[in-house]
Design a protein around this ligand. Structure first.
Ligand SMILES: [Zn+2]
Length: 485
């Protein structure tokens, strides 16, 4: 039964809204208006992917599939239902989901009892314990792409905080030594850097505060997206598990001398949240601007129809479509019986990077009109050069989006060296960069400065001598403080 307070609205938004001043509303509206997901499914936090959005997500998935597999990480699939007997092998993990997670009970006498996977460890590690016997089985490196289910009591937000977290990949690796596991973790960081670059985003890469790491684990490296309102969104994490889980799930191997040793592990994951950052970052008041690398359609052809030359125009448009397809460009011909103006509006909203206009005069003059979505630049090109021109424009969109993302992050960060300054930075809708001594007391003091704001991590690369913004102690640790999603 779906509770009344949980009911979702069936109304479609009439207007997109201004991206800058009403970001949250803009994001909500664009998902529906641009056919990314339909959030009107009657369980809050569970969305229906629509074809246009799902293809974009699949294009991103193909990128990680290739990247992981080319590096020798094998793809597996584990059942969605985790038996309670597996869950109970790690009581600390299970405690987080036992009360409020999604449960499955089936059979005449309820003989099947399980949890819909909140995360993968409890499904995967009992099997790893069976598969890994000796040092020859290591490293063991695998991933799967799957949904995860969390009962979120707080505000859900499509693709950001869902109850079914979809198109989620998680890599789980097992190693003989701590050193091997640390090297693997660094490799995963490199994977993620490539993935962010592929979607023209510039992340912050941070170390988790130690108390946010699973008890017994070595550490965690997280990727954060800073949105235009200065808020930080966790978006992918590499967890260096140490032996914490291997001990619980009994993942052991025999070393060269036949001695039993406990294995070392890394787990890394992210999913549709990365697409949400893509959608939020690359947009304007007209709609989305989809990076060409993952665009469902990289170009859209709009025929300009005059009744007496209709057939000829459509035929030329179709030829053009085939030529571009043959060159490997994802192209759509919009030959619906609608005005060009309406089509321009719709495809701008959906963020197709390049628009190609073709009318009778263009056909006569052996030319085409190209419009670049991110800057609105309109150029006339020779018909014979179309493949090169479109590819050139796609390349320009991709690199301009990345450059803008880098400059936006830069503008959204501000260094603060007093507690008052930290508050002022948050009030100006930015993320504060601060010196922090890593002490929990200073962390707690900062948490009280602005509601909903906290230190979400320390810069993984940058170190610089300074004084803790709270206690004044010398430290080289640079941390980030912001309101978080
Ligand atoms: Zn301090």
């Amino acid at each position: 039964m779906v509770n009344d307070s949980e009911k979702v609205s069936n109304e479609l938004p009439q207007m997109l809204g201004a991206r800058k001043s009403e970001l949250s509303e803009w994001y909500h509206n664009i998902l529906l208006l641009a056919d990314i997901v339909d959030i009107r499914y009657n369980i809050k936090g569970m969305n229906v992917w629509k074809a246009y959005g799902y293809q974009m997500m699949q294009n991103l998935k193909h990128f990680w599939d290739d990247m992981f597999k080319n590096d020798g990480i094998q793809e597996l699939y584990f059942p969605q239902i985790i038996p309670i007997s597996y869950c109970e092998q790690n009581p600390e993990w299970w405690a987080g989901f036992k009360e409020e997670g999604f449960k499955v009970i089936a059979g005449e006498n309820n003989e099947i009892q399980g949890a819909l996977r909140p995360t993968g460890e409890a499904a995967i590690y009992p099997m790893y314990a069976l598969w890994i016997r000796t040092y020859r089985d290591l490293p063991f490196r695998a991933y799967e792409t799957v949904s995860s289910f969390r009962y979120e009591t707080a505000h859900t937000r499509p693709l950001i905080r869902d109850r079914e977290i979809t198109v989620w990949h998680e890599i789980h690796t097992v190693h003989a030594t701590k050193e091997d596991s640390l090297n693997e973790a660094l490799l995963h960081v490199e994977f993620y850097k490539k993935m962010w670059n592929h979607v023209a985003l510039k992340p912050l890469i941070v170390e988790k505060p130690e108390w946010e790491v699973f008890p017994g684990a070595v550490g965690g490296i997280e990727f954060y997206y800073i949105s235009p309102d200065g808020k930080a969104m966790e978006n992918g994490s590499v967890n260096i598990l140490g032996q914490a889980y291997a001990k619980k799930f009994n993942i052991k191997y025999k070393d060269k001398n036949g001695q039993d040793e406990t294995a070392w592990q890394v787990c890394t994951g992210n999913g549709a949240r990365l697409l949400s950052a893509v959608l939020i970052q690359h947009g304007d008041d007209k709609g989305l601007i989809v990076p060409p690398n993952i665009a469902t359609y990289q170009a859209v052809i709009i025929p300009i129809i005059f009744e007496k030359e209709k057939e000829k125009t459509l035929e030329s448009a179709l030829q053009l479509k085939h030529e571009l397809q043959k060159a490997g460009i994802r192209v759509h011909l919009d030959d619906r019986d609608e005005t060009p103006g309406k089509k321009y509006y719709e495809w701008e909203l959906k963020g197709v990077p390049v628009r190609i206009e073709i009318g009778p005069r263009d056909i006569t003059n052996h030319q085409l009109v190209l419009v670049q979505r991110n800057v609105g630049k309109k150029i006339i090109v020779k018909r014979e050069n179309i493949v090169g021109e479109v590819n050139g424009m796609l390349h320009a969109v991709q690199s301009e989006l990345l450059a803008k993302s880098e400059s936006d992050v830069h503008k959204l960060l501000e260094y603060a060296d007093t507690v008052d300054e930290v508050g002022r930075v948050i009030d100006s809708a930015k993320t504060a960069k601060i010196h922090w001594c890593r002490n929990g007391k200073c962390y707690d003091t900062l948490k009280k400065i602005r509601e909903g704001a906290e230190i979400f991590g320390s810069d993984y690369y940058e170190k610089k001598p300074g004084k803790c913004v709270v206690c004044g102690k010398d430290t080289e640790n640079l941390a980030y403080y912001a309101k978080t999603y």
